[in-house]
Design a protein around this ligand. Structure first.
Ligand SMILES: Cc1cc2nc3c(=O)[nH]c(=O)nc-3n(C[C@H](O)[C@H](O)[C@H](O)COP(=O)(O)OP(=O)(O)OC[C@H]3O[C@@H](n4cnc5c(N)ncnc54)[C@H](O)[C@@H]3O)c2cc1C
Length: 380
């Protein structure tokens, strides 16, 4: 199988890496994190100018009609630079719902403003006791006239604080954890009855807890079938997991590079510590873990287009397991090999580990996905 990038894909990767090399060193990142909402509008506009916010959308919708490989390339670069901007929340998650489930009117209303960078989105899914179960939804959407009234509370909504539009999973029928009776709704963040409480997360990003109290939306707020939204949610969340696998590969790659650099420069007992064989072995083990993660990330990216949802989910779960194992090993070794200075916030290395740790626990941790793989059986 040929895993080489096409000429266009290579150019795309070079252009994202180039942009981030100019605008995203560690000091700049610290400044962006302090900006309103925890990310830089200037950088976001640059991503828009390069067409990156429009990549996965069809040409008919004003995008570039790129696929999962291109999204993975961008995410890997964003992971390398530890980017704080809401690409995952807006383009991958928000954009995913619109691409796969949006009506022509919904696409026309939202996609152009995603592409030009003027609006951001967030997916309000997690509830207090739902853990990783996407079907565990107690937020309700009740019919009122031709529209809906939404009540409930969502937690740790990634970039929910700055999003203009929220995509909310809500129960239209049945009981908690029923697979049917879940709808997906587009809700303006400034709608009456929406309360957003933002806060920083461990990895330097920002999230929000969001309360919906009698929030009225029109019939045009529903994405797809109001009683059968779960397959759409699973598809979009799988795509987000795939994107995060690529982001993790980028963050691990950079963690390994920084560590090898440190081993070559930090002197102890009169020599660079990288001269000690035991440390070389550790760096080699990190490289193996990274390559295992990279292979599974590529596997998951290819699975994005699988017709069979079960096959897709199984591949994605398997990738998330390997990524989870690799990121823990690479992250911990990176800090250990940096010695005491690896524990300080002044050095970038710990921040990579923080982001990697958050990726591990987002949309299912390693144990959760290991269970899914074992339940699905017959990986290959
Ligand atoms: C801000 C700060 C505050 C601190 N406060 C304290 C404190 O209050 N009390 C305290 O006790 N310590 C403290 N420390 C820790 C201590 O100063 C050192 O950081 C710690 O002993 C590790 O040494 P190092 O950072 O120089 O690591 P390095 O010597 O740079 O080693 C880096 C890595 O290489 C490994 N290594 C080095 N040589 C070899 C070898 N020959 N074979 C195998 N592995 C090797 C080390 O185990 C480590 O994993 C602090 C550190 C920092 C940064």
């Amino acid at each position: 199988m040929d895993f080489d990038l096409s000429e266009e894909q290579r150019l795309l990767k070079d252009s994202v890496d180039g942009l981030l090399a100019d605008s995203y060193d560690f000091d700049q990142r610290k400044k962006y994190a302090k900006e309103n909402g925890g990310w830089s509008k200037t950088v976001w506009n640059k991503l828009a100018e390069q067409g990156l916010l429009g990549l996965p959308f069809s040409e008919a919708d004003g995008g570039f009609g790129a696929g999962a490989v291109e999204t993975a390339l961008v995410m890997e670069s964003l992971g390398k630079a530890l980017v704080l901007e809401p690409y995952l929340a807006t383009v991958v998650l928000g954009g995913g719902f619109l691409r796969h489930g949006g009506s022509a009117e919904q696409k026309a209303a939202h996609i152009p403003s995603i592409i030009d960078g003027s609006k951001t989105l967030a997916f309000a899914q997690l509830e207090k006791n739902s853990r990783y179960d996407l079907a565990d939804v107690t937020t309700t959407a009740k019919k009122k006239g031709s529209g809906w009234v939404i009540d409930g509370e969502k937690f740790v909504v990634l970039h929910g604080e700055t999003a203009d539009t929220l995509i909310v999973s809500a129960r239209t029928k049945g009981n908690r954890r029923d697979h049917s009776g879940i709808g997906v709704f587009l809700v303006p963040a400034n709608a009456k009855g929406v309360t957003v409480k933002g806060y920083p997360t461990q990895d330097g990003m920002r999230a929000a807890d969001i309360r919906f109290e009698g929030v009225e939306v029109g019939a045009d707020a529903v994405i797809g079938d109001p009683e059968n939204g779960l397959p759409l949610i699973e598809r979009v969340v799988d795509e987000a997991r795939i994107a995060m696998c690529a982001e993790a590969v980028g963050a691990m790659d950079e963690s390994l590079k920084s560590t090898v650099e440190y081993l070559k420069t930090r002197k102890q007992f009169g020599v660079a510590i990288g001269q000690f064989q035991t440390l070389q072995h550790r760096a080699a083990d990190m490289f193996v873990a990274l390559e295992q993660a990279r292979s599974m990330s590529i596997f998951a990216t290819m699975a994005s287009d699988f017709e069979d949802a079960k096959e897709r989910s199984k591949a994605v779960a398997a990738a998330k397991v390997q990524i989870g194992k690799s990121l823990k090993f690479v992250g911990q070794q990176a800090i250990q090999l940096h010695g005491g200075v690896g524990m300080t916030m002044e050095l970038k290395i710990g921040h990579y580990f923080k982001r990697l740790t958050m990726i591990e626990s987002t949309f299912g941790d390693t144990d959760y996905h290991l269970r899914r793989v074992s339940e699905a059986g017959n990986l290959v």
